[in-house]
Design a binder for this molecule. Structure first.
Ligand SMILES: [Zn+2]
Length: 307
């Protein structure tokens, strides 16, 4: 039985409603050396993030996936505390971001050591939290995967084979996704357990279709970004994927939030509500039926991240 591991316990199919597959509660995009994330005040993060999470719950969001890996200020202990204070189930990741955010220890680690570290977080728990990672988040450079990023990806594939965890990658170019799928398949894992995060950033829609045909998840995760100016483009892409029969391979989210510890009081936050309040009504008006909408927003994110 596939199970979704969250900060508030495990869920099985049908126990949750709308799940946002790509959001953030806490990220530090500043230089790793600054390490402001290490000194963050957990109580302040709870205070700042409570209103946007309450708004999300009011708008029908039943869980969200926190996509912050090591290298950009991951603090699973704080995310867990925010989740417990707000009763929002959150799905967390193991994994490492791309260069130049790969920390020195991971640059030096062997593939075997990285794989063992990920397995520990997937099977036993992350740092002192005892909370298991549900999935593996990583990234690759825009102009091609670097040897260090390829090592991390091969380590991820090895850990994923044993746990059936999904691997999601922040990848801007479709050509780089193609390289990543080759590495995953050569390691003996499946393209079906790979999420192309930020697919919308690739301007060539033919590559979205090509990667969907190869079996991976396609994720449009900047909905409402730029004031909703991309809505008609995103809706057209979604309709074309649905027409081509890839409704079961598609994920929708905002990539919003979050508390940024390098800014005073965490900076300003963007709401997690655009999808349910604005985008889904537009998709419905474009002719997408309720059953398909439920597949895109409830069934697909559950199946992608459950293991
Ligand atoms: Zn993100």
């Amino acid at each position: 039985m596939p199970t979704l591991i969250t900060t508030l316990g495990n869920y099985e199919a049908g126990q949750l409603g709308l799940i946002l597959p790509h959001e953030h509660i806490f990220v530090d995009l500043g230089p790793i050396e600054a390490a402001s994330y290490l000194n963050a005040d957990c109580e302040e993060v709870i205070t700042v993030m409570r209103p946007p999470l309450a708004e999300a719950q009011k708008a029908g969001v039943t869980a969200l996936v926190e996509c912050t890996p090591v290298g950009v200020g991951r603090r699973v202990d704080i995310v867990k505390a925010v989740s417990e204070a707000t009763r929002m189930p959150v799905v967390v990741a193991t994994g490492i971001y791309r260069q130049p955010w790969v920390p020195a220890w991971a640059q030096q680690a062997s593939q075997e050591e990285l794989s063992d570290w990920m397995l520990g977080e997937l099977n036993e728990g992350i740092e002192a939290t005892a909370l298991r990672a549900a999935w593996i988040k990583l990234s690759a450079g825009d102009d091609g995967i670097t040897p260090c990023e390829a090592k991390i990806l091969r380590a991820a594939a090895k850990a994923a084979i044993q746990t059936h965890a999904v691997i999601g990658s922040h990848t801007i170019r479709g050509s780089v996704v193609s390289q990543q799928l080759e590495i995953i398949e050569a390691a003996g894992y499946s393209a079906e357990r790979f999420i192309w995060i930020h697919t919308q950033a690739e301007p060539d829609f033919a590559l979205h279709l090509a990667m969907a045909r190869r079996g991976c998840w396609i994720e449009y995760d900047w909905l409402g970004g730029d004031g909703g100016n991309n809505d008609s483009r995103d809706i057209e892409h979604i309709l074309r994927l649905l027409d081509a029969g890839f409704g079961a391979r598609l994920l929708l989210s905002h990539d919003r939030g979050w508390y940024d510890p390098s800014k005073p009081r965490g900076g300003s936050q963007l709401p997690y509500t655009y999808l349910s309040q604005h985008f889904l009504p537009k998709l419905r008006a474009a002719g997408v039926d309720d059953q398909t909408l439920a597949q895109l927003t409830e069934i697909n994110p559950f199946l992608a991240f459950a293991r």
